[in-house]
Design a protein around this ligand. Structure first.
Ligand code: NDP
Length: 251
């Protein structure tokens, strides 16, 4: 078991599917269940099954409804955390999405707003809120799910890519602001990972979603979760600041 992680409290946004769910499982595996998890997403029903499974390993799990695109809801979420889950050691800002693959002029205003509200404003407010507690105890890890899309823009991805490059800029600055503390700020930038990401992107159309992963083997959500847990379990003096993780065929 990973001694560095044992007994810690991990908060994961977007834990109801894909990479977030895999990260929750990986933290439990790495600690043999000696861990506290706050699993948050909008679809609490989907969290229930995961919470039950992870609870069987001995992990203490708190499930919470959270829409990170709604600032007031973020405040409510933190205000209603049970006392034993309030001292967050690791925040994983994983909730995020791409909507559509349209040229800039054709993207609907509401999709632009939802991508920025979720991927950027939500991640920023979650980070700001958690930093306050981490500063008081002078420890903690913040893990941001960026993307290769934040480094290399592609046609049809103008808004999504802009959100992820905003995540990267914000994250770099926060890392530097915290340089004299024991708070670590890390970013994971995946290439293609097979999750519900493409289903969400294409409005629930399974045919279009499947096409994204044709002709090569994408990463699994677990591949990313393993990197997150590895990075968080380094000794305190080591920060894996940014991890670019591709399927071999995509690199
Ligand atoms: P999924 O669509 O499989 O999962 C996304 C998760 O985010 C779900 O649990 C969803 O839960 C949650 N979520 C969406 N909107 C909100 C919201 N407003 N508030 C709270 N939770 C929300 O996608 P992935 O697991 O693939 O994506 C996870 C992260 O990884 C994202 O930030 C994505 O941009 C990034 N990424 C993904 C890549 C890929 O190829 N899959 C590549 C690079 C980066 P619910 O709907 O229940 O709220």
């Amino acid at each position: 078991a990973q001694k560095n992680l044992e007994g810690k409290t991990i908060l994961i946004t977007g834990a109801s599917a894909g990479i977030g769910e895999a990260i929750a499982r990986e933290f439990v595996d790495a600690t043999g269940g000696n861990i506290k998890l706050v699993l948050a997403a909008r679809r609490v029903r989907r969290l229930a099954e995961l919470g039950q499974q992870l609870g069987q390993s001995g992990a203490q799990v708190h499930l919470a409804s959270l829409d990170v695109s709604d600032g007031a809801n973020i405040d409510e979420f933190f205000a209603s955390l049970p006392s034993e889950f309030q001292d967050i050691d690791v925040l994983v800002n994983n909730a995020g999405k791409a909507l559509g693959i349209e040229h800039a002029g054709s993207i609907r205003d509401e999709d632009v707003e939802e991508m920025f509200a979720t991927n950027v404003l939500g991640l920023i407010k979650m980070t700001q809120t958690v930093i306050r507690g981490m500063k008081e105890k002078n420890s903690g890890d913040i893990v941001q799910l960026g993307s290769i899309a934040g480094i290399e823009s592609y046609p049809g991805g103008s808004i999504y890519c802009a959100t992820k490059s905003a995540v990267r800029s914000f994250t770099q600055a926060v890392r530097k602001e915290l340089i004299n503390t024991k708070i670590r700020v890390m970013e994971i930038d995946p290439g293609a990972v097979e999750t519900e990401f493409s289903l969400v992107r294409f409005g629930g159309d399974p045919e279009k979603a499947k096409k994204v992963y044709e002709g090569y083997e994408p990463l699994s959500a677990k591949d990313i979760a393993e990197v997150v847990v590895f990075n968080c379990s380094r000794r305190q003096n080591v920060v894996v600041a940014e991890s670019l993780v591709f399927p071999t065929a995509q690199a």
